[in-house]
Design a protein around this ligand. Structure first.
Ligand code: MN
Length: 191
């Protein structure tokens, strides 16, 4: 499937005349790099959107509790529609009346390496992904494992594992703007 086709679901859910989110049409956005982003999204329910760049789109999961640095934690990750690459920098407020309405904060970003000896798309298809994150907050190995219809996001055991750090609660600010989600909502949310 081309990246244009795989964005049909994303575009079909959104009215770009009302939402500030990117439509995703810029071929220059394709970097060939392996980037990731985690966006804290205060919508009807708070969650963290984990997105990794692959073949011109952002493969995406919604993680209700956010990522952990403790290998004992298995965090539910709900697969969501592919997002355009331009979304990697998106921070701001989506109108309440629109799909995903609420505030988005760039909680972490950086690059990743595929730790498996096979193409990442194959690992995704098999539901057995292992990647090494070079983020500003998250570093080290993370596994995304599919069991039945559910994915789990799990910190792998390595020297970056830390059961006590709890970055979701102790490091709440945007790595893009330094703001908290409340500050973004105040500054960008005014009608
Ligand atoms: Mn979301």
């Amino acid at each position: 499937m081309s990246s244009e086709q795989s964005l049909n679901s994303y575009r079909g859910k959104r009215d770009f005349s009302r939402s500030p989110e990117p439509k995703g049409s810029d071929p220059e956005a394709r970097s060939g790099a392996h980037r990731f982003v985690i966006q804290k999204h205060k919508a009807s329910t708070l969650h963290y959107d984990f997105r990794i760049e692959l073949d011109g789109v952002l493969k995406s999961w919604a993680v209700p509790k956010g990522p952990s640095t403790n290998p004992a934690d298995k965090r539910l990750a709900i697969a969501t529609e592919d997002h355009p690459l331009e979304y990697i920098d998106f921070e701001g407020t989506i109108p309440e009346t629109e799909y995903g309405g609420g505030t988005v904060l760039v909680w972490d970003r950086g690059t990743y390496e595929n730790l498996k000896g096979e193409p990442l798309q194959n690992a995704l298809d098999r539901g057995q992904v292992e990647i090494w994150l070079h983020g500003q907050k998250l570093k080290g190995g993370y596994a995304l494992v599919r069991t039945d219809k559910r994915w789990l996001l799990i910190k792998m055991k390595d020297d970056q594992a830390d059961a006590r750090r709890k970055p979701v609660s102790t490091e709440p600010r945007s790595v893009k703007s330094g703001r908290t989600i409340e500050e973004i909502a105040e500054e960008d949310g005014g009608e």
